[in-house]
Design a binder for this molecule. Structure first.
Ligand code: FDA
Ligand code: NAD
Length: 435
């Protein structure tokens, strides 16, 4: 059995939702029946960041339909009904198992063939598994990953059945840190284990990391750094103990794993050019095949601000913007959309804290504000600028106001000149926020 659509979005995550809205905005009713979204997930696209934040609250947690896309950008709420009303077919709970770029076909797990004229690949990323690092036990009943809503439901279930228990969080990146905060809120004792010297080492400097580690420690979290869990002891389908490399046992009522993500490129390997672990695209988000575009976590695209260097950014703002840009390019093949000009933007919210980062953490880091953690300070404000070739290349700010975030973003966007680093050290945030 086969179906044919002019446009197919493969993947039903954040990028798919924002692409659909852009499509409707540009095509209006002309869009009816032309577009379909195929997703392995059983629900319409939603704002994935909610899964490690609002979804895990001990009470009154966020639940669908409240966080379908595109509410994360303060835009419309695209429920399944919205897609129906706009003639967009949602093919949910359906995994695509093969793609033939030359023939322009996709085959689903139930053997259905879907033909397209233009394909937008939005397959995102998947969580790396412990087994990839030689540790078995991922399928135990109390081991949780967090990539989709099914994972989030399992995490909530396991948390609720472990009140006052011990959680071992494996990984000190985004998932590890955000889940640790949620576990504390759910009154679970947390030990975080990771091989690096400090948490969030892909982005933070050691000084920034120390602030958050001290903050977490004040909430009762224990950090075990510079080592890894080498095995999990399982009894009756449940992990009971995590064993560290040096043989030290850590009792566990539950385990949360956040050890990185891998882009879902497998369907296109050998067919499209790959780069940085993702699918290489040009500034119009077009792959090495002119009929195929790629967006979101799976796309490695040129960032003008970094001299056209290809980057693959696993963050929600990037998914939203690359998706919109691809649709603009697809619907106007004259090239009027131009090349994407993206300012990388990441953020996180944990406990009462909230930070934003813009640009690239390349060059010399110049810290500002009070990075010394004090339990008395309920509203910390500090950050860092990264200076590269005499210009501000990146900026991080904890506890900023909307105007301050705007100011650091603007400084990075225009590559504010730093003729004298000592002045930046002296002035700190005031260097970019002028009265
Ligand atoms: P996304 O992963 O959202 O969607 C991919 C979709 O493709 C999924 O529906 C998947 O099932 C589907 N798919 C894959 N292969 C398929 C196949 N073969 N057949 C059918 N369907 C297939 N970022 C940020 O900036 N701030 C934040 O606070 C957070 N918080 C956060 C929390 C959690 C728990 C996660 C997991 C991630 C974040 N992120 C984040 C990252 C952000 O969510 C991420 O960058 C975007 O979801 C990427 O959007 P995509 O649409 O590219 O992939
Ligand atoms: P990550 O890359 O942020 O962190 C991975 C962590 O795992 C690092 O601390 C690393 O040192 C550690 N690690 C690697 N191998 C390990 C091992 N064998 N044992 C123990 N630790 C190990 O990845 P993540 O936290 O898993 O996040 C997954 C994805 O979700 C990423 O794409 C991320 O961008 C996204 N996400 C983003 C946000 C946000 O932007 N606020 C929030 C949640 C998730």
């Amino acid at each position: 059995m086969s179906r044919a659509f002019t446009y197919v979005i493969l993947g039903g995550g954040v990028a798919a939702g924002y692409a659909a809205l852009e499509f409707v905005r540009r095509r209006g009713d002309a869009a009816l029946g032309e577009l379909c979204i195929i997703s392995e997930e059983a629900v319409a696209p939603y704002e994935r960041p909610a899964l490690s934040k609002g979804y895990l609250l001990p009470e009154g947690g966020a639940r669908l339909p409240a966080f379908h896309t595109c509410v994360g950008a303060n835009d419309q709420l695209l429920t399944a009904e919205w897609y129906r009303e706009h003639g967009i077919e949602l093919i949910l709970g359906t995994k695509v198992i093969s793609a033939d770029v030359r023939r322009k076909t996709l085959v689903t797990s139930i053997g259905k063939t879907i033909n397209y004229k233009t394909l937008i690949v939005a397959t995102g990323a998947r969580a790396s598994k412990l087994e990839e690092f030689g540790v078995s036990g991922s399928d135990a009943e109390n081991v949780c990953y967090l990539r989709n809503i099914v994972d989030a439901d399992k995490l909530v279930r396991v948390m609720r059945s472990s009140p006052g228990g011990n959680a071992i969080v494996i990984g000190g990146g985004y998932i590890g840190m955000e889940c640790a905060a949620a576990l504390v809120a759910n009154k679970i004792k947390v030990t975080i284990v990771f091989p690096g010297k400090y948490c969030m080492d892909r982005l933070f400097t050691q000084k920034i990391a120390e602030f958050y580690e001290n903050y977490y420690t004040s909430k009762g979290v224990t950090f075990i750094k510079g080592t890894a869990v080498s095995s999990l002891e399982v009894s009756s389908g449940m992990v009971t103990t995590a064993i560290l490399r040096d043989g030290r046992p850590l009792p566990a009522d539950m385990v949360v794993v956040g050890i990185g993500a891998r882009a879902n490129t497998a369907l296109f390997e050998g067919q499209l050019t790959l780069e940085k672990g993702g699918i290489k695209v040009n500034g119009q988000m077009q792959t090495s095949d002119a009929s195929v575009y790629a967006v979101g976590d799976v796309a490695a695209f040129p960032v003008k601000l970094f001299g056209g260097d290809a980057r693959r950014l696993e963050h929600v703002d990037c998914a939203r913007r690359t998706a919109r840009h691809a649709v603009a390019a697809v619907l106007d093949p004259t090239g009027a959309a131009g090349d994407i000009d993206y300012l990388p933007f990441f953020y996180s919210r944990v406990f009462a804290l909230s930070w934003r980062f813009y640009g690239d953490n390349a060059g010399e880091a110049v810290h500002f504000g009070d990075l010394g953690f004090s339990s008395a300070s309920s509203t910390p404000k500090f950050g860092a600028f990264w200076v590269s070739s005499g210009r501000i290349a990146g900026a991080f700010l904890e506890g900023g106001s909307p105007e301050e975030y705007e100011a650091i973003a603007h400084a990075v966007r225009r590559g504010a000149a730093v003729p004298d680093v000592a002045q930046l050290v002296r002035e700190g945030l005031a260097f970019v926020v002028r009265e």
